[in-house]
Design a protein around this ligand. Structure first.
Ligand code: SF4
Length: 280
């Protein structure tokens, strides 16, 4: 059997950076809290908890020992006012907002300063979009997934870093057609990690007889890889651990492709490869 692993697998740059930093701090005996989930992957979360990292999810329920603890801001970023609040209530905060996400926040801010109304292609409830809105003037931005007409002198269309490129292109050209404006800028702010993984998903799905997509069931970028793969190959499966493979009859497939989301730990990938090599 031939196994083809995508060239980009495991944590993306932003997640790896936050994960390593959290572990480095607990290894130095620091009390560490992460505000929100670092990634949508239970295995990663349980691993961090077992190594001594703590989590909290609401600013109204701060840990009792916050004044003696370090708070990590995860890769998605948070609103400015929340960051200020945390810095007032924790001994120290370490902002590990992914630099790529931060660049988008800064870009949107600069464009607003130049008079542009921001239209962001994204999910309103996604942490990154909440962070974006909270770092710029929230009255001059609309976060949407379906195009609607706008009427502004200057419009700038950007996107959540993890959205699909082709959908973004359609979205932006639709807005351009139905809106009224004097100036329009379309800026593709999708992260390169997302693009590389999505392009490869198509190639691997076409090559393989069976495709395994490894990642948390709530991870939207993993789900997207699954959708792309499924489009080109009916025999695609989304699993979050090797256990789900054990129910599959894989002996008939000679070419197996493997893709992973940006929050999938190497441990899960290695377990799948080992399982396939052992010959179920
Ligand atoms: S997907 Fe890209 S933007 Fe998002 S955390 Fe990872 S590297 Fe940063």
């Amino acid at each position: 059997m031939e196994i083809k692993l995508a060239s980009k697998v495991g944590f993306c740059y932003g997640v790896e950076r936050a994960y390593e930093k959290a572990l480095e701090l607990v290894d130095k005996n620091k009390k560490v809290y992460i505000y929100g989930d670092l990634v949508h992957n239970n295995e990663v979360k349980n691993e961090l908890i077992s190594r001594g990292v703590n989590f909290f999810y609401s600013l109204r329920e701060l840990p009792l020992d916050s004044k003696e603890s370090i708070c990590i801001i995860r890769a998605h970023g948070i609103p400015k006012k929340d960051k200020k609040f945390l810095s007032e209530h924790f001994y120290k905060i370490i902002d590990l907002t992914c630099p790529i996400v931060e660049k988008v926040f800064n870009y949107a801010y600069e464009m607003q300063q130049k008079g542009y109304f921001i239209v962001a292609y994204g999910k309103k409830e996604h942490a990154e979009m909440i962070g974006l809105k909270g770092n710029i003037d929230e009255n001059k931005i609309e976060i949407i997934k379906e195009p609607i007409p706008f009427k502004h002198n200057k419009i700038c269309i950007i996107t959540q870093t993890t959205m699909d490129y082709h959908n973004f292109k359609n979205f932006a050209s639709n807005i351009a057609q139905i809106s009224e404006y004097n100036e329009l800028i379309i800026k593709d702010t999708i992260c390169y990690e997302t693009k590389i993984r999505e392009n490869e998903a198509k190639d691997i799905a076409i090559w393989a007889e069976f495709v395994i997509i490894i990642g948390g069931k709530h991870s939207s970028n993993t789900r997207k890889l699954y959708e792309i793969s499924k489009k080109y190959n009916e025999n695609s499966i989304h699993i979050d651990s090797v256990n789900e493979l054990k129910e599959q009859n894989l002996s008939k497939f000679k070419k197996i492709g493997i893709l992973t989301g940006t929050s999938t730990p190497n441990k899960s990938i290695n377990e799948v490869i080992e399982f396939l090599r052992r010959g179920f």
